[in-house]
Design a protein around this ligand. Structure first.
Ligand code: FAD
Length: 307
Protein backbone atom coordinates (compact mmCIF):
# COMPACT_ATOMS: atom_id res chain seq x y z
CA UNK A 1 0.00 0.00 0.00
CA UNK A 2 1.44 3.37 -1.07
CA UNK A 3 2.47 5.63 1.82
CA UNK A 4 0.00 8.40 2.57
CA UNK A 5 1.84 11.56 3.67
CA UNK A 6 0.21 14.02 6.03
CA UNK A 7 0.96 16.74 3.48
CA UNK A 8 2.31 17.07 -0.04
CA UNK A 9 3.91 20.40 -0.87
CA UNK A 10 4.10 21.35 -4.54
CA UNK A 11 6.98 23.81 -4.94
CA UNK A 12 10.23 24.11 -2.99
CA UNK A 13 10.84 27.87 -2.93
CA UNK A 14 10.76 29.99 0.24
CA UNK A 15 7.02 29.34 0.70
CA UNK A 16 7.07 25.56 0.31
CA UNK A 17 10.30 25.15 2.28
CA UNK A 18 9.10 27.17 5.25
CA UNK A 19 5.88 25.18 5.32
CA UNK A 20 7.96 21.98 5.29
CA UNK A 21 10.05 23.27 8.20
CA UNK A 22 6.98 24.03 10.30
CA UNK A 23 5.34 20.70 9.47
CA UNK A 24 8.56 18.74 10.05
CA UNK A 25 8.93 20.30 13.48
CA UNK A 26 5.27 19.43 14.12
CA UNK A 27 6.17 15.76 13.46
CA UNK A 28 4.06 15.52 10.30
CA UNK A 29 5.11 13.39 7.34
CA UNK A 30 5.68 15.62 4.32
CA UNK A 31 6.87 15.29 0.76
CA UNK A 32 8.14 18.42 -0.99
CA UNK A 33 7.97 17.97 -4.76
CA UNK A 34 9.87 20.63 -6.64
CA UNK A 35 10.90 20.90 -10.28
CA UNK A 36 13.50 23.57 -9.40
CA UNK A 37 12.52 26.44 -11.71
CA UNK A 38 11.91 29.40 -9.37
CA UNK A 39 11.27 32.80 -10.95
CA UNK A 40 14.34 34.34 -9.33
CA UNK A 41 16.75 31.75 -10.73
CA UNK A 42 18.00 34.39 -13.21
CA UNK A 43 19.42 36.52 -10.41
CA UNK A 44 22.61 36.14 -8.39
CA UNK A 45 21.47 37.73 -5.16
CA UNK A 46 18.34 37.89 -3.04
CA UNK A 47 17.97 41.07 -1.01
CA UNK A 48 15.81 42.24 1.85
CA UNK A 49 15.56 38.88 3.66
CA UNK A 50 16.70 39.52 7.21
CA UNK A 51 19.93 37.59 8.07
CA UNK A 52 20.22 36.50 4.39
CA UNK A 53 20.65 39.82 2.54
CA UNK A 54 22.59 39.21 -0.69
CA UNK A 55 22.41 35.39 -0.62
CA UNK A 56 22.10 33.57 -3.97
CA UNK A 57 18.74 31.84 -4.56
CA UNK A 58 20.57 28.48 -4.84
CA UNK A 59 22.41 28.86 -1.54
CA UNK A 60 19.20 29.97 0.17
CA UNK A 61 17.46 26.77 -0.89
CA UNK A 62 20.48 24.65 0.02
CA UNK A 63 20.67 26.01 3.58
CA UNK A 64 16.90 25.66 3.95
CA UNK A 65 17.03 22.02 2.85
CA UNK A 66 19.92 21.22 5.19
CA UNK A 67 17.99 22.65 8.13
CA UNK A 68 14.75 20.88 7.17
CA UNK A 69 16.57 17.55 6.80
CA UNK A 70 17.12 17.62 10.58
CA UNK A 71 13.44 16.60 10.74
CA UNK A 72 13.29 13.04 9.41
CA UNK A 73 9.59 13.05 8.52
CA UNK A 74 10.25 15.40 5.55
CA UNK A 75 11.21 13.99 2.15
CA UNK A 76 12.22 15.81 -1.04
CA UNK A 77 11.55 14.82 -4.64
CA UNK A 78 12.91 16.59 -7.74
CA UNK A 79 9.97 16.25 -10.09
CA UNK A 80 6.98 18.05 -11.59
CA UNK A 81 3.48 17.33 -10.36
CA UNK A 82 1.32 16.99 -13.48
CA UNK A 83 -2.01 15.81 -12.07
CA UNK A 84 -3.91 15.74 -8.79
CA UNK A 85 -7.04 13.68 -8.10
CA UNK A 86 -8.89 12.63 -4.96
CA UNK A 87 -9.86 14.98 -2.16
CA UNK A 88 -9.37 16.03 1.43
CA UNK A 89 -7.83 13.16 3.39
CA UNK A 90 -6.61 11.31 0.29
CA UNK A 91 -5.12 13.31 -2.56
CA UNK A 92 -3.33 11.43 -5.35
CA UNK A 93 -0.49 13.16 -7.15
CA UNK A 94 1.14 12.06 -10.38
CA UNK A 95 4.50 13.41 -11.53
CA UNK A 96 6.22 13.91 -14.87
CA UNK A 97 8.63 11.08 -13.99
CA UNK A 98 5.68 8.73 -13.53
CA UNK A 99 5.77 8.60 -9.73
CA UNK A 100 2.65 8.83 -7.61
CA UNK A 101 2.14 10.14 -4.10
CA UNK A 102 -0.78 10.13 -1.66
CA UNK A 103 -1.37 12.82 0.94
CA UNK A 104 -4.04 13.95 3.37
CA UNK A 105 -3.46 17.66 2.68
CA UNK A 106 -2.06 19.59 -0.24
CA UNK A 107 -0.11 22.84 -0.31
CA UNK A 108 0.42 24.72 -3.55
CA UNK A 109 3.57 26.83 -3.30
CA UNK A 110 4.29 26.74 -7.04
CA UNK A 111 5.19 30.42 -7.46
CA UNK A 112 4.61 32.47 -10.60
CA UNK A 113 6.32 32.28 -14.01
CA UNK A 114 7.40 35.05 -16.37
CA UNK A 115 5.85 34.91 -19.79
CA UNK A 116 8.60 34.75 -22.44
CA UNK A 117 10.43 38.08 -22.66
CA UNK A 118 9.48 39.51 -26.03
CA UNK A 119 12.12 42.26 -26.22
CA UNK A 120 15.28 41.55 -28.19
CA UNK A 121 18.26 41.48 -25.77
CA UNK A 122 16.23 41.46 -22.52
CA UNK A 123 16.98 37.82 -21.68
CA UNK A 124 20.72 38.57 -21.71
CA UNK A 125 20.39 41.27 -19.05
CA UNK A 126 17.51 39.91 -16.94
CA UNK A 127 18.73 39.31 -13.39
CA UNK A 128 22.09 40.99 -14.08
CA UNK A 129 21.19 44.61 -14.84
CA UNK A 130 17.47 44.38 -15.65
CA UNK A 131 15.13 43.72 -12.76
CA UNK A 132 11.47 43.78 -11.84
CA UNK A 133 11.36 45.03 -8.24
CA UNK A 134 13.07 48.16 -6.90
CA UNK A 135 12.87 46.84 -3.33
CA UNK A 136 14.86 43.78 -4.42
CA UNK A 137 17.47 45.43 -6.64
CA UNK A 138 17.04 49.23 -6.46
CA UNK A 139 19.91 49.70 -4.00
CA UNK A 140 22.43 48.15 -6.42
CA UNK A 141 21.30 50.60 -9.14
CA UNK A 142 21.05 53.70 -6.94
CA UNK A 143 21.94 56.99 -8.64
CA UNK A 144 22.40 55.20 -11.99
CA UNK A 145 20.79 56.14 -15.30
CA UNK A 146 17.86 53.78 -15.75
CA UNK A 147 15.23 52.91 -18.33
CA UNK A 148 11.79 51.83 -17.12
CA UNK A 149 9.98 49.63 -19.62
CA UNK A 150 6.41 50.03 -18.55
CA UNK A 151 3.12 51.55 -19.71
CA UNK A 152 -0.15 53.02 -18.42
CA UNK A 153 -0.96 53.21 -14.70
CA UNK A 154 1.95 50.90 -13.87
CA UNK A 155 4.29 53.50 -15.40
CA UNK A 156 3.15 56.15 -12.93
CA UNK A 157 3.58 53.77 -10.02
CA UNK A 158 7.05 52.63 -11.07
CA UNK A 159 8.17 56.20 -11.87
CA UNK A 160 7.20 57.39 -8.36
CA UNK A 161 8.79 54.36 -6.72
CA UNK A 162 12.09 54.43 -8.58
CA UNK A 163 12.48 58.13 -7.67
CA UNK A 164 13.52 56.85 -4.23
CA UNK A 165 16.68 55.34 -5.74
CA UNK A 166 17.66 57.61 -8.65
CA UNK A 167 16.67 60.88 -10.27
CA UNK A 168 17.89 59.83 -13.71
CA UNK A 169 15.39 57.66 -15.50
CA UNK A 170 13.43 57.47 -18.72
CA UNK A 171 10.20 55.64 -19.48
CA UNK A 172 9.91 53.51 -22.62
CA UNK A 173 6.33 52.42 -23.19
CA UNK A 174 7.49 50.08 -26.00
CA UNK A 175 4.51 50.87 -28.22
CA UNK A 176 1.58 53.30 -28.11
CA UNK A 177 1.63 55.14 -24.81
CA UNK A 178 -1.43 54.32 -22.67
CA UNK A 179 -0.93 57.29 -20.33
CA UNK A 180 -3.68 59.83 -19.80
CA UNK A 181 -3.00 63.48 -20.66
CA UNK A 182 -2.84 64.22 -16.93
CA UNK A 183 -0.25 61.49 -16.34
CA UNK A 184 1.88 62.75 -19.24
CA UNK A 185 1.81 66.27 -17.77
CA UNK A 186 2.71 64.95 -14.34
CA UNK A 187 5.73 63.09 -15.73
CA UNK A 188 6.79 66.17 -17.71
CA UNK A 189 6.59 68.31 -14.54
CA UNK A 190 8.97 65.82 -12.91
CA UNK A 191 11.30 65.89 -15.97
CA UNK A 192 10.73 62.22 -16.78
CA UNK A 193 11.16 61.66 -20.54
CA UNK A 194 8.68 59.25 -22.16
CA UNK A 195 9.46 57.41 -25.43
CA UNK A 196 6.73 55.42 -27.11
CA UNK A 197 8.52 53.98 -30.10
CA UNK A 198 8.78 50.16 -29.87
CA UNK A 199 12.13 48.88 -28.60
CA UNK A 200 14.30 47.46 -31.39
CA UNK A 201 16.89 45.93 -29.05
CA UNK A 202 18.75 46.18 -25.77
CA UNK A 203 22.53 46.29 -26.16
CA UNK A 204 24.70 44.99 -23.33
CA UNK A 205 28.15 43.74 -22.35
CA UNK A 206 28.24 40.52 -20.32
CA UNK A 207 24.77 41.14 -18.93
CA UNK A 208 25.28 44.82 -18.16
CA UNK A 209 23.00 46.99 -20.28
CA UNK A 210 24.69 49.74 -22.30
CA UNK A 211 21.78 51.24 -24.20
CA UNK A 212 18.23 50.77 -25.34
CA UNK A 213 17.72 51.27 -29.08
CA UNK A 214 14.24 52.17 -30.32
CA UNK A 215 12.72 51.42 -33.72
CA UNK A 216 12.55 55.15 -34.52
CA UNK A 217 16.36 55.28 -34.20
CA UNK A 218 16.50 56.87 -30.72
CA UNK A 219 19.29 55.54 -28.53
CA UNK A 220 18.95 55.74 -24.73
CA UNK A 221 22.20 55.06 -22.86
CA UNK A 222 21.59 53.49 -19.44
CA UNK A 223 23.17 51.29 -16.77
CA UNK A 224 20.05 49.43 -15.67
CA UNK A 225 16.47 48.57 -16.51
CA UNK A 226 13.34 47.94 -14.50
CA UNK A 227 10.43 46.41 -16.36
CA UNK A 228 6.93 45.17 -15.66
CA UNK A 229 6.87 41.43 -16.43
CA UNK A 230 3.78 39.54 -17.49
CA UNK A 231 3.22 36.75 -15.00
CA UNK A 232 1.30 33.50 -15.12
CA UNK A 233 0.74 31.01 -12.26
CA UNK A 234 3.56 28.50 -11.77
CA UNK A 235 0.97 25.72 -11.92
CA UNK A 236 -2.55 25.53 -13.28
CA UNK A 237 -3.43 22.61 -10.98
CA UNK A 238 -5.09 24.76 -8.26
CA UNK A 239 -7.58 26.11 -10.78
CA UNK A 240 -8.17 22.61 -12.17
CA UNK A 241 -9.00 21.46 -8.63
CA UNK A 242 -11.55 24.25 -8.29
CA UNK A 243 -9.53 26.76 -6.22
CA UNK A 244 -10.84 30.30 -6.49
CA UNK A 245 -8.31 32.70 -8.00
CA UNK A 246 -8.01 36.47 -8.37
CA UNK A 247 -7.94 38.24 -11.74
CA UNK A 248 -4.14 38.20 -11.50
CA UNK A 249 -4.21 34.40 -11.12
CA UNK A 250 -3.38 34.27 -7.38
CA UNK A 251 -5.08 31.50 -5.41
CA UNK A 252 -7.48 33.01 -2.86
CA UNK A 253 -6.58 31.94 0.69
CA UNK A 254 -7.36 32.86 4.28
CA UNK A 255 -4.80 33.85 6.95
CA UNK A 256 -3.75 30.22 7.41
CA UNK A 257 -3.41 29.50 3.70
CA UNK A 258 -6.73 27.65 3.33
CA UNK A 259 -8.39 27.77 -0.09
CA UNK A 260 -12.09 27.19 -0.82
CA UNK A 261 -11.31 23.52 -1.66
CA UNK A 262 -11.23 21.31 1.47
CA UNK A 263 -7.72 20.13 2.31
CA UNK A 264 -6.04 22.41 -0.25
CA UNK A 265 -3.79 25.24 0.89
CA UNK A 266 -1.79 27.92 -0.92
CA UNK A 267 1.22 30.08 -0.05
CA UNK A 268 3.81 32.40 -1.58
CA UNK A 269 3.77 34.21 -4.91
CA UNK A 270 1.08 31.90 -6.28
CA UNK A 271 -1.30 33.04 -3.53
CA UNK A 272 -0.49 36.74 -3.26
CA UNK A 273 0.91 39.63 -5.22
CA UNK A 274 3.59 40.46 -2.68
CA UNK A 275 6.42 38.93 -4.71
CA UNK A 276 8.97 39.04 -1.90
CA UNK A 277 10.89 36.01 -0.65
CA UNK A 278 10.35 36.86 3.02
CA UNK A 279 6.62 37.34 2.47
CA UNK A 280 6.46 33.98 0.65
CA UNK A 281 8.35 32.29 3.50
CA UNK A 282 6.00 33.84 6.07
CA UNK A 283 2.97 32.65 4.13
CA UNK A 284 4.50 29.17 3.97
CA UNK A 285 4.98 29.17 7.73
CA UNK A 286 1.35 30.14 8.28
CA UNK A 287 0.09 27.53 5.81
CA UNK A 288 2.21 24.90 7.60
CA UNK A 289 0.51 25.86 10.85
CA UNK A 290 -2.89 25.83 9.12
CA UNK A 291 -2.35 22.33 7.75
CA UNK A 292 -1.04 21.08 11.09
CA UNK A 293 -3.98 22.46 13.03
CA UNK A 294 -6.45 20.86 10.60
CA UNK A 295 -4.69 17.50 10.93
CA UNK A 296 -4.65 17.80 14.73
CA UNK A 297 -8.36 18.67 14.83
CA UNK A 298 -9.19 15.67 12.64
CA UNK A 299 -7.04 13.31 14.73
CA UNK A 300 -8.59 14.67 17.94
CA UNK A 301 -12.13 14.18 16.66
CA UNK A 302 -11.48 10.70 15.29
CA UNK A 303 -10.31 9.52 18.74
CA UNK A 304 -13.84 9.95 20.07
CA UNK A 305 -15.74 9.29 16.87
CA UNK A 306 -16.79 12.94 16.47
CA UNK A 307 -16.95 14.26 12.93
C1 FAD B 1 14.67 38.64 -11.03
C2 FAD B 1 14.05 38.49 -9.68
C3 FAD B 1 14.72 38.94 -8.56
C4 FAD B 1 14.14 38.84 -7.31
N1 FAD B 1 14.82 39.31 -6.24
C5 FAD B 1 14.28 39.24 -5.02
C6 FAD B 1 14.96 39.77 -3.90
O1 FAD B 1 16.07 40.29 -4.02
N2 FAD B 1 14.35 39.72 -2.69
C7 FAD B 1 13.10 39.16 -2.54
O2 FAD B 1 12.59 39.14 -1.42
N3 FAD B 1 12.44 38.64 -3.59
C8 FAD B 1 12.99 38.66 -4.82
N4 FAD B 1 12.31 38.17 -5.89
C9 FAD B 1 10.98 37.56 -5.67
C10 FAD B 1 11.15 36.15 -5.07
O3 FAD B 1 11.98 35.39 -5.90
C11 FAD B 1 9.79 35.48 -4.93
O4 FAD B 1 8.90 36.33 -4.23
C12 FAD B 1 9.90 34.14 -4.18
O5 FAD B 1 10.84 33.29 -4.79
C13 FAD B 1 8.55 33.46 -4.13
O6 FAD B 1 8.68 32.24 -3.46
P1 FAD B 1 7.68 31.04 -3.76
O7 FAD B 1 8.12 29.94 -2.84
O8 FAD B 1 6.29 31.50 -3.69
O9 FAD B 1 7.93 30.63 -5.28
P2 FAD B 1 9.26 30.23 -6.06
O10 FAD B 1 10.48 30.65 -5.33
O11 FAD B 1 9.08 30.71 -7.45
O12 FAD B 1 9.23 28.64 -6.03
C14 FAD B 1 8.20 27.91 -6.66
C15 FAD B 1 8.75 26.54 -7.02
O13 FAD B 1 7.67 25.69 -7.40
C16 FAD B 1 8.11 24.90 -8.50
N5 FAD B 1 6.95 24.38 -9.22
C17 FAD B 1 6.01 25.05 -9.95
N6 FAD B 1 5.09 24.19 -10.44
C18 FAD B 1 5.45 22.96 -10.01
C19 FAD B 1 4.91 21.64 -10.19
N7 FAD B 1 3.79 21.44 -10.90
N8 FAD B 1 5.57 20.59 -9.62
C20 FAD B 1 6.70 20.78 -8.90
N9 FAD B 1 7.26 22.00 -8.69
C21 FAD B 1 6.64 23.07 -9.24
C22 FAD B 1 8.94 25.89 -9.33
O14 FAD B 1 9.77 25.24 -10.26
C23 FAD B 1 9.71 26.58 -8.20
O15 FAD B 1 10.90 25.88 -7.88
C24 FAD B 1 12.86 38.24 -7.16
C25 FAD B 1 12.17 37.77 -8.29
C26 FAD B 1 12.76 37.90 -9.53
C27 FAD B 1 12.01 37.39 -10.73
Amino acid sequence: MEKRFDAAIIGGGPAGLNAALVLGRARKSVVVIDEGRPRNRVTRETHGFLTRDGISPGEFRQIAKEQIMAYPSVEFAEDTVVAVTGGDGDFRLTTAQGRSYRSKKLLFAAGMKDEPLAINGLTEVYGKSAFVCPYCDGWELRDQTLVLIVNGAKAMHLAKTIAGWTERYTICTNGPDELTGEQREELARHNVPVFESPIARIESDEGIVRQVVLEDGSVIPCRGIFFAPRLVPGSDLPEALGCRTTEAGAVVIDDLGKTNVPGVFGAGDSASQKYQAIAAAAMGAMAGAGINSELLEEAWSSQTGES
